[in-house]
Design a binder for this molecule. Structure first.
Ligand code: G4P
Length: 534
């Protein structure tokens, strides 16, 4: 494949990159993420009726056991990207799993986006998972747009919710719209830049795009009376407080623009899309492992942020999701896998969302490509067309749950090893090993205990090697060095194991024990891992 990029293509790539907005919705379970995703897709006319994306309204036929589990629990474990055109823009919505225990997966997804939409339930305000996910956004320097959802239902006071965002996460809210009508009586929003009223009209079941009417302030006052006056008054309070959008501060992560919505009625969804295309950042040059920037117009490169297998019995394969960093991806091109230097054919590139798969022919920076039969690719892998590059590894977050895993039937050891290795590469759990424990019983480390259930499920059904897990009494890990491993291992209640990325982790029962070891042996290296969770 030719690696040279002609000047014409440069312009093309830059133009395509500029039109793109790649983002994820983060929220505590039940805040309305699936509903909002469907509303966005509906708005962009990707689907004609709500219920078609995640299929809550009617899941289709063959699903794997893994899907059975997802269905039984009513949660979404799989994650992929939905691409749609909105005006002149191309929007990539990267889906994130909803359940708290899948947060590790969500954290990885956040390495592939340029912005996040933080969805807050108007009645509940900030919830634990919202806060944790927000910390990850801050760590990854991702600008956040806040959407206060479910305004159609009785909820908290709008100013009080803003106050909570300010106080609890130290992010200054700068509302772009302001609700007309208290929570539970959602009539529309005051658009703060123009001072106009956008009036929403409900449709039956919220299944079709909700019509909007734009009225001047005078017309709004006449129509909505006190509700409008209250909104105007609060808008002025915000203005006096300087709570207005400032693009630089938003991009720097100091402020968060706020919108009010009712995803279920499709209210506020158009405003969210308009906001995304007007203020969310497009893809930009990305730092590689050496710290130099890979420019958007350089030849094709991408990194894998998620690997998934066993998604669907009808497509029993392994998918690697890669985010395009630079250049143009063309299906069929032969890329190079940076870690092995081996060619990687891209004949089977797909876009995957929910149960749908379509073929991707071309992709530009910011786009997500699902690569099929990606046996050699793992989370953090780089692929490129020419001009070698390697992107930095994706941070693993601090595990808090540990268990040993063994094959129930020792005769199935080969299957057992293969399965554990694959789940490790997919990042379903972190796999830790030590000479003392041997390969027969490695230690699994997870951010949330539900990751263990996925391991049990998949080892049995997919790898035909049922396993037995035994929880260990550790709850905290610190990174150490080979020189200190022996000494740490000699301490009571402490054990050192090696993760597959090479890191040595010292496990402790709790933070008190870790603190005591630190105090009594100050020469030992015990680095805190990035805490995605509290
Ligand atoms: P999640 O993906 O963040 O977990 O949330 P999901 O969209 O599944 O929504 C959780 C519940 O909240 C659903 O109700 C959904 O209908 C409801 N919901 C979402 N957005 C809004 C909204 O704007 N207003 C109101 N009033 N409700 C909203 P459910 O009863 O749990 O499920 P379902 O039977 O309605 O699907």
């Amino acid at each position: 494949m030719s690696g040279a990029t002609s000047p014409d293509t440069d312009v093309d790539v830059l133009r395509e990159a500029r039109r793109r907005r790649t983002f994820a919705v983060i929220s505590h379970p039940d805040a309305g993420k699936s509903t909002l995703t469907e509303a966005l897709a509906l708005h962009a006319e990707v689907i004609s009726e709500a219920g078609a994306v995640h299929g809550k309204a009617g899941r289709r036929g063959t699903v794997s056991d893994w899907m059975e589990m997802e269905r039984a629990r009513g949660i979404s474990i799989t994650s992929a990207a939905l691409q749609f055109a909105y005006g002149d823009h191309v929007v990539n919505l990267v889906d994130t799993p909803g359940h708290a225990d899948f947060s590790e997966d969500t954290y990885r997804v956040l390495s592939a986006v340029d912005a996040a939409v933080m969805l807050v339930d108007a009645a509940k305000g900030l919830e634990p998972q919202t806060l944790k996910l927000f910390q990850v956004c801050r760590y990854r320097r991702i600008p956040v747009i806040t959407v206060i959802n479910k305004w159609d239902r009785p909820g908290r006071d709008a100013l009080e919710l803003l106050d909570e965002i300010d106080r609890q996460i130290g992010l200054r809210p700068t509302p772009l719209t302001w609700p007309v009508g208290v929570a539970g009586d959602f009539r529309g929003v005051l658009q703060r830049t123009s001072g106009d009223f956008i009036r929403y009209t409900r449709t039956a079941g919220g299944s079709k795009r909700a019509p909007e009417e734009h009225l001047s302030s005078a017309e709004a006052r006449e129509r909505e009376g006190e509700a409008w006056e209250a909104a105007e008054e609060e808008h002025q309070l915000l203005e006096a407080d300087g709570a207005d959008h400032d693009q630089e501060r938003f991009l720097a992560g100091d402020t968060t623009p706020v919108l009010f919505a009712s995803a279920i009625s499709n209210f506020g969804v158009a405003q969210l899309l308009d906001t995304l295309v007007s203020i969310a950042p497009p893809p930009s040059d990305t730092a590689d492992a050496e710290g130099s920037l890979r420019a958007l117009a350089e030849p094709f490169s991408a990194f894998v942020f998620k690997v998934q297998a066993g998604m669907d019995t009808a497509h029993r394969d392994r998918l690697a999701y890669a985010r395009v960093v630079s250049g143009v991806f063309r299906r069929g091109m032969v890329a190079t896998h940076a870690e092995t230097g081996r060619p990687f054919p891209t004949k089977y590139a797909q876009a995957v969302f929910g149960r749908e798969r379509t073929i991707v022919e071309t992709a530009y920076p910011g786009d997500i490509v699902g690569l099929v039969n990606a046996g050699s690719l793992r989370v953090g892998s780089t692929i490129f067309e020419s001009d070698p590059v390697r992107f930095p590894p994706i941070t693993s977050f601090a595990p808090e749950h540990f268990a040993t895993v063994r094959a129930v039937d020792s005769g199935r050891y080969k299957q057992f090893r293969r399965g554990i290795e694959q789940l490790d590469q997919e990042g379903v759990v972190q796999v830790l090993r030590s000479e003392m424990r041997g390969d027969q019983a490695p230690v699994l480390a997870a951010v949330g205990p539900m990751q263990f259930e996925v391991v049990e499920q998949r080892m049995g059904s997919e790898f035909n090697a049922p396993v037995r897990l035994e929880r260990l009494g550790y709850s905290l890990a610190r990174r150490t060095t080979p020189e200190h491993a022996v000494e740490l291992n000699s301490l009571r209640d402490v054990e050192v194991l090696q993760r597959s990325d090479g890191d040595l982790l010292a496990l402790f029962p709790d933070r008190w024990r870790a603190g005591a070891v630190e105090r009594m042996h100050p020469h030992l290296v015990l680095e805190t891992l990035v805490a995605g969770v509290g």
